[in-house]
Design a protein around this ligand. Structure first.
Ligand SMILES: [Zn+2]
Length: 326
């Protein structure tokens, strides 16, 4: 009697489908918080807690933090929407997962092997929206697991070695605190890392161990975003910013009690145009806080930094200062 033990099938790479990604890549001259450390080459993922919202962080990276901070991806902790700010395969290593100080064994192992540049060049930085204690929905965990699995597969991590990346000798999923003297990603998200690894492992197994395909293998590419509308001419739009992003910055307010009216960014609207001119002058694009509707349908648009725009029928809207005027 002879027994033949078949060798396990070799993993097939390039079949992990990434989650839908909204590419909002920030031009390198708009946000300069990056270094050219040579071509980027993902070897691990770094999980962060955003301590904010997706839209707020998008705006932060394009305004206040444009010379201070930048990451690769943000994921909404409720909807699971994925936004990309930096190309993990480009040459711009974002200032995401440092400063390198008091690292864990994982951080030390990676830096010992690949040098200090590895932290932001080879780490795919992924921020999850929400505050320290906020929960993370199953949809968001799924998006995170799919994104992690996509890059692990790209990096050649076989499912039967997961969660270890054989190339680095440590787990593929790292946390900001592995490199920096920080508590990021904080308790709520840190406790979910094993669940993310479990889900990503299942995705890798299904993709890599699935039936062999006869056609030549084509690596999966990130899903292309829908075409972005081009801003109408005559609008004072900050460089590298789309109409969709302006809508997020402007925000949305519902007012007028029972007869609810909703106010949002309108490229053709005179209030939105005045707000854009204000942004171009002041360098900030404050979010709409409240709209007061007074007698004669006079509308007071109050923004979070104190900007107030008064609009009344038949007249061009105007800026006023504070609440006393007008
Ligand atoms: Zn962080």
């Amino acid at each position: 009697l002879t027994t033949t033990i078949a060798a396990p099938p070799r993993p097939v790479f390039g079949r992990v489908v990434p989650p839908p990604v909204d590419r909002r890549d920030i031009p390198p001259d708009l946000n300069t918080a990056w270094d050219d450390l040579g071509p980027r080459r993902p070897r691990f993922a770094v999980i962060h807690r955003m301590l904010g919202t997706l839209a707020g962080t998008d705006r932060y990276f394009r305004t206040d933090a444009r010379h201070r901070a930048r990451t690769d991806y943000g994921i909404d902790h409720e909807s699971g929407a994925v936004w990309r700010w930096t190309d993990p395969l480009g040459r711009h290593a974002p200032w995401a997962s440092g400063p390198y100080d008091d690292p864990s064994a994982v951080g030390r192992a990676l830096v010992a092997r690949f040098g200090l540049a590895t932290v932001n060049r080879d780490g795919v930085s992924i921020e999850i929206a929400g505050m320290e204690r906020d929960g993370v929905s199953s949809a968001a965990l799924d998006a995170l697991a799919r994104l992690v699995a996509f890059w692990a597969d790209w990096a050649g991590v076989p499912h039967d070695r997961w969660p270890i990346n054989p190339e680095t000798g440590v787990a593929f999923v790292a946390r900001h605190e592995d490199f920096a003297k920080k508590a990021c990603p904080f308790d709520a998200l840190r406790e979910l890392v094993p669940e993310v690894e479990r889900r990503a492992g299942a995705i890798l197994r299904a993709a890599q161990a699935g039936p062999a395909v006869s056609r030549p293998h084509v690596p999966a590419a990130p899903v292309a975003p829908p075409a972005t509308p081009v801003p109408p001419t005559g609008l004072v739009v900050p460089p590298g910013v789309t109409i969709g992003q302006l809508g997020d910055w402007f925000g949305r307010v519902t007012s007028n009690g029972d007869k609810a009216l909703t106010f949002a960014f309108d490229p053709a609207g005179p209030v939105s145009r005045l707000w854009l001119e204000y942004g171009a002058t002041e360098g900030r694009w404050p979010q709409l806080a409240v709209v007061e509707i007074r007698a004669g349908d006079v509308r007071w648009f109050r923004f979070e930094d104190g900007l107030t725009i008064v609009a009344q029928p038949g007249r061009a809207p105007r800026r006023v200062r504070g609440s006393k005027e007008g």
